[in-house]
Design a protein around this ligand. Structure first.
Ligand SMILES: Cc1ncc(COP(=O)(O)O)c(C=O)c1O
Length: 402
C-alpha cells in the first residue's frame, strides 16, 4: 500500500468538511460508497418530514397549501437549489422525475428548432435518457431521427442530450467545450447533471436546459423530486408540452383552455410531492453551508487515493478516467465476476454497486466519506480478491436490484 491508515486519519483530521459526517445517519460498520445512487440520510431529515406530516398536514389540512408554502414549493425549492448548479433565481423548477424532465426539456428544445429533425443522445448514457428520446419520437409521429454523439454534428441537429458524468464509468464531459460546439452547430444543449450535482461545482448557465435528480449526492431521499433548469433566454418562447394545470397562467381561474404562465412556472406540471419536498428541504438546509470547491477538492483526493490503493494491491482494471479532471466522484473497475465480488464486499460492510456486465462501482460522497473509509474499503476489496472470498456460492445468486 502506498499510504498507511494513520496517514489517512491525519488527512481526515485536517479535512475542512469533517464536521459534516455527523450530520448524517450512517449505520455502524458500513462504508457507504453508493451515495451516487441514493445519498445517505441527513440527521435533520426525519424531524423535518415528521413536522410536515404532523404539523403541516395534521393541523393545517388543506390550508397547508397556503400556510406551509406547499403550493409554491416547485419554485421556492428551485430557487434554493439553483446555486448548486450555477443557476440563478427564477431559472429552476423542482418536481416530477428526471425522466419526465428529459421529455420536457428535449421536446421544448425541438419546438425551438422547428426545421431540424435530429436528436442527438449518447449510447452510453443512463438508459432512461435514451428511452425517453425514443418515446418522444414516437409521440411526435416518428418524424425525427436519433443519432449518437460520436457522429458528426450536422445542421439538421436540433438538440443534444448528454450527461455531464457517465453513470457507469464516471467519465466527465468538458461541459463548456461541448456546449460551445453544440451551440456553434446551431443546436440546443441539454445537460443531465444527475451524477455531478452535489459532487462538484456544476455550471449549467451556458446550457439551454439542464435536468437532474436530488436523491443521489444531494441527499433528498428515495424518490426525491427532480429539477429542470431553463436558460432565461428561452423562458419567453420555450413551451412545456406537459401542460398541466400548475403551469397555467392562472391555475385557480380553472379556465377551459391552457394558457402558459410567464417565467419558470410554465415548466411545472402538477401537484408537488409535498412530503418528498420536506425531505429535500432538510438536505438543502445543510447544502447551504457547504463550499462546493471543498467538496470537489476532496472528491478528487478520495477517488485518486482509492485508485492508488486498489491498483497497488490488485490487478483490477480501471474503467474510470485516470485524469481526475475528466472524472466525476466515482471510481469503477471491471472484473468478470463483478457481481459476486460486490456481494462479498457488501457482506463485509463496504457498500458499492454492480453495473452489468462487469463494473464494480464506488461512489464517494465527500460530506460523509473520509480518507480512512477509503483506506478500509480498498483493504477489504484487496482481501476479497486476494483470498477469493467472492467464490462462496452464496454470492452468486442475483438480487432484483444490483
Ligand atoms: C443520468 C441519469 N439520468 C436519469 C436517471 C434516473 O431517472 P429517474 O429519476 O427518472 O428514475 C439516472 C438514475 O440513476 C441517471 O443516472
Amino acid at each position: 500500500m502506498t499510504v498507511n491508515r494513520d496517514a489517512c486519519l491525519g488527512l481526515d483530521d485536517q479535512d475542512p468538511l469533517k464536521g459534516f459526517k455527523d450530520e448524517f445517519v450512517l449505520p455502524h460498520g458500513v462504508i457507504y460508497l453508493v451515495g451516487n445512487s441514493l445519498g445517505a440520510l441527513p440527521r435533520r431529515t426525519p424531524e423535518r418530514v415528521a413536522r410536515a406530516v404532523s404539523e403541516e398536514w395534521g393541523r393545517e389540512l388543506v390550508g397547508g397549501w397556503n400556510s406551509a408554502g406547499w403550493y409554491a414549493q416547485p419554485l421556492t425549492t428551485g430557487d434554493r437549489l439553483a446555486p448548486l448548479i450555477g443557476a440563478g433565481a427564477g431559472q429552476v423548477v423542482v418536481g416530477n422525475t428526471t425522466s419526465i424532465t428529459v421529455f420536457q426539456a428535449v421536446s421544448a428544445a425541438l419546438r425551438l428548432r422547428p426545421g431540424r429533425r435530429v436528436i442527438v443522445g449518447d449510447v452510453t448514457n443512463f438508459p432512461t435518457d435514451n428511452y425517453m428520446l425514443e418515446g418522444l419520437v414516437k409521440a411526435l409521429g416518428g418524424d425525427y431521427e436519433i443519432r449518437d454523439f460520436a457522429e458528426p454534428l450536422g445542421d439538421d441537429v436540433a438538440v443534444v442530450l448528454l450527461s455531464e458524468v457517465n453513470y457507469r464509468t464516471g467519465a466527465r464531459y468538458d461541459v463548456p467545450a461541448v456546449t460551445a460546439r453544440v451551440q456553434a452547430a446551431g443546436a440546443l444543449m441539454v445537460w443531465d447533471v444527475c451524477h455531478s450535482a452535489g459532487a462538484m461545482q456544476v455550471d449549467v448557465s451556458m446550457a439551454d436546459f439542464a435536468i437532474g435528480c436530488t436523491y443521489k449526492y444531494l441527499n433528498g431521499g428515495p424518490g426525491a423530486p427532480a429539477f429542470l433548469y431553463v436558460n432565461p433566454r428561452h423562458q419567453a418562447d420555450a413551451e412545456n408540452v406537459l401542460s398541466g394545470w400548475y403551469a397555467h397562467a392562472e391555475p385557480f381561474a380553472f379556465e377551459a383552455g391552457f394558457r402558459p404562465a410567464d417565467g419558470i412556472r410554465r415548466f411545472t406540471v402538477s401537484t408537488p410531492h409535498v412530503l418528498s419536498f420536506a425531505a429535500l428541504e432538510a438536505a438543502l438546509d445543510m447544502w447551504e453551508r457547504v463550499d462546493m470547491a471543498e467538496v470537489r477538492a476532496k472528491s478528487v483526493a478520495l477517488t485518486s487515493l482509492f485508485i492508488d490503493l486498489v491498483e497497488a494491491g490488485t490487478d483490477l482494471e480501471l474503467a474510470s478516467p485516470r485524469d481526475p479532471e475528466r472524472r466525476g466522484s466515482q471510481v469503477c473497475f471491471t472484473h468478470p465476476d463483478g457481481y459476486p465480488v460486490m456481494r462479498a464486499l457488501i457482506d463485509r460492510g463496504v457498500h458499492g454497486d454492480f453495473r452489468a456486465p462487469d463494473i464494480l462501482r464506488f461512489g464517494f460522497a465527500p460530506l460523509y466519506i473520509g480518507y480512512a473509509d477509503v483506506y478500509d474499503a480498498a483493504r477489504t476489496l484487496i482481501e476479497v480478491l486476494g483470498k477469493e472470498l467472492w467464490r462462496d456460492e452464496k454470492y452468486a445468486q442475483r438480487l432484483a436490484v444490483t
